[in-house]
Write a protein that binds this ligand. Structure first.
Ligand code: F6P
Length: 333
């Protein structure tokens, strides 16, 4: 069972703002709800910046009360909307945004998003001194300092449901299928669904494998003359890669079908795991702000909520555990 730390109040705070930024992730709404209701329970007022950092730049902020966050726990996406805000890359724009916040009596900000959003959060607090807490909200799970990000578990389960269906067809037609999952630069979804879906091989975003090697690495086919094979391919940066790989496999005498799961992995009802993770992190973000914390991200490590400097989050990527890749290979044999 995850535990919530008890934190003594050391900072005076009247109003805080919250925003979701970058790619949406299932569970973001649960975090917004937990932040809002915890803050109100502690006597604070809560305001939402809509469409990510664009909401800080363009305003106006929307007041959130207890009712405004009702009925959203089970909804995917984010009721606050989200965006990737180009203007916010400029320090002058960030400074103006914080000036506006201060004029409205807002003394702190909680940012829910992936690595790019948390980098923006770090820049904003170091440049302006506004207290900021970050929460890891991305299906990619590629954030250091936390074993798990909000949305990852749901995305894995969504991908698995699709993979199980594809497997039925792969078996019935004795075919080779390539299933592309999300992860432009992260292989966490690929390796996790690869293990959980019994994939015969996994292609990571670094693309360190070609069609001929892939064929030689399909152990089931080679050793047990397996009728069907399923390869999980991480999206990577080239949107044509999976289709091309299927064509190359075909020209090597291994006809393959490509199935691109795409954005269906981003939306949908958050799993119980993601709802609880987001609720604990959201509630604790308020208590960390009241406890004097700033410039940190909250994550889950060894069953506990743990802080990681946003500076680290901005500069490091979480590596894939090599043992997981090894396990995927062993189990596919
Ligand atoms: O949310 C993370 C992610 O899904 C990545 O895996 C992917 O590379 C990216 O977002 C794509 O996002 P978009 O299509 O919104 O640019």
């Amino acid at each position: 069972m995850w535990t919530l730390p008890e934190i003594a109040v050391t900072r005076e705070l009247r109003r805080l703002a919250v925003l979701t930024s970058g790619g949406d992730a299932p569970g973001m709404n649960a975090a917004v709800r937990a932040i809002t209701r915890t803050a109100i329970a502690r006597g604070l007022e809560v305001f939402a910046a809509e469409r990510g950092f664009s909401g800080l730049v363009n305003g106006p902020l929307r007041p959130l009360d207890v009712a405004a966050v009702g009925g959203i726990l089970q909804r995917g996406g984010t009721i606050l909307k989200t965006d990737r805000c180009e203007a916010f890359l400029q320090p002058a724009v960030r400074a103006r945004a914080v000036e506006d916040l201060r004029h409205q009596g807002i003394g702190a900000l909680i940012v829910i998003g992936g690595d790019g959003s948390l980098t923006g959060a770090h820049q904003l607090t170091t440049e302006t001194g506004l207290p900021v807490i970050g929460l890891p909200g991305t299906i990619d799970n590629d954030i250091v300092g936390t074993e798990d990000t909000i949305g990852f578990d749901t995305a894995v389960n969504t991908a698995l449901e699709a993979i199980d269906r594809v497997r039925d067809t792969a078996y019935s037609h004795e075919r080779l299928f390539l299933v592309e999952v999300m992860g432009r630069s992260s292989g966490f979804i690929a390796v996790t669904v690869g293990i959980a879906g019994g994939a015969e091989a996994i292609v990571l975003p670094d693309r360190s494998i070609d069609a001929a090697t892939l064929v030689s690495e399909l152990p089931g086919r080679r050793l047990r003359n397996k009728p069907s094979s399923l390869v999980v391919v991480a999206e990577g940066t080239d949107p044509t890669y999976t289709q091309r790989l299927a064509a190359e496999l075909g020209s090597l005498g291994h006809p393959a079908r490509a199935c691109i799961l795409g954005h269906i992995q981003r939306g949908g009802r958050p799993s119980g795991h993601d709802r609880v993770l987001a609720s604990l992190l959201g509630a604790s973000a308020v208590d960390h702000l009241l406890g004097g914390y700033t410039d940190v991200m909250l994550g889950m490590r060894k069953g506990r909520i743990a802080t990681t400097p946003l500076q680290r989050v901005a500069h490091e990527r979480k590596p894939l555990p090599p043992a997981w890749l090894e396990l995927a290979r062993t189990l596919a044999s």
